[in-house]
Design a protein around this ligand. Structure first.
Ligand SMILES: [Zn+2]
Length: 281
């Protein structure tokens, strides 16, 4: 799943590359990705063709490409979906489910490997786009909502939940999955099972600062989101854990801060926490 840094890099890349472009030819090879918004490929194509992309917004990892005439093209990358730019004549290939060619050349391909893609896209009225995105309205997006540390602190104190469970809960924080929730807690030096209501003002500030540092570092490490058909920010080409990650996926390896081996703890809701048993209090 795209977490916040990769999603924001994708949004910025889309803004740079497709804003101002007009959809010309829409090709759908897997109609199921249009559910629940369109019953047929024809309906989707009729909604999108001829329309110009005005801006690109984001809620969590869902991209909202605002079109003219009060409509929004919603793209939810799902678990493994990716978007990439191609020439307008490029063969979509087996993993591409939707291809949209632009009037001025170039095309955007929506791809995901596997037989049952989880990515979704559809054209919806703009005023319904946030609801259609299926993300919680109340959840905080640390990059888009830019809370102050005091607002962030109030939000945490109201949560009264273990920090890892709170950060990784999509109803509370958008786009902080298993990877960045661990990284933020490590950076802040706070244990995954600390209750959010027990944090001191200093710890709240530390967590706030850590969240921003980690998310910005993640964005830097993401590079371009649109060039690579299957971007994977969490692993290097040789399969090892990406260099900008300090704890995630590094069980048994020395903590970069205190050299104690990183531990992995299984939490409820199928969540795992990678953490240092020594320098996170
Ligand atoms: Zn440590």
């Amino acid at each position: 799943m795209l977490e916040l840094p990769e999603a924001e890099v994708l949004r910025r890349d889309l803004e740079r590359e497709v804003v101002g472009k007009r959809a010309k030819d829409v090709t759908v090879t897997t109609p199921s990705v249009l559910k629940p918004w369109h019953r047929t490929r024809k309906d989707f194509a009729a909604q999108l063709e001829g329309r110009r992309i005005a801006t690109v917004r984001r809620r969590g990892n869902v991209m909202l490409l605002e079109l003219d005439e009060g409509l929004t093209w919603l793209v939810d990358p799902g678990a493994q979906g990716s978007l990439h730019l191609e020439t307008s004549t490029a063969d979509p290939g087996a993993d591409t489910h939707v291809a949209v060619a632009f009037a001025t050349g170039g095309a955007l391909h929506l791809s995901e490997a596997g037989r049952e893609p989880t990515l979704r896209c559809g054209v919806v009225p703009s005023e319904e786009a946030d609801d259609a995105a299926g993300v919680s309205r109340d959840a905080l997006d640390l990059l888009a909502d830019t809370p102050t540390w005091i607002e962030f602190g109030r939000y945490l104190l109201a949560g009264d939940e273990q920090l890892k469970l709170l950060l990784a809960d999509p109803k509370r924080f958008l786009g902080l999955g298993p990877v960045y929730s661990d990284e933020i807690l490590w950076e802040a030096g706070l244990r995954h099972d600390r209750l959010s209501s027990s944090l001191s003002p200093q710890e709240i500030r530390r967590l706030y600062r850590a969240a921003h540092e980690v998310l910005l570092a993640g964005m830097k490490a993401s590079g371009s989101a649109l060039d690579d058909a299957e971007p994977d920010t969490y692993t290097e080409d040789d399969g090892s854990v990406a260099g900008h990650l300090n704890v995630f996926g590094r069980e048994g390896q020395p903590c970069p801060r205190c050299r104690t081996p990183i531990e992995r703890t299984r939490l409820r809701r199928g969540l795992t926490s990678f953490h240092c048993p020594r320098c996170m209090g």
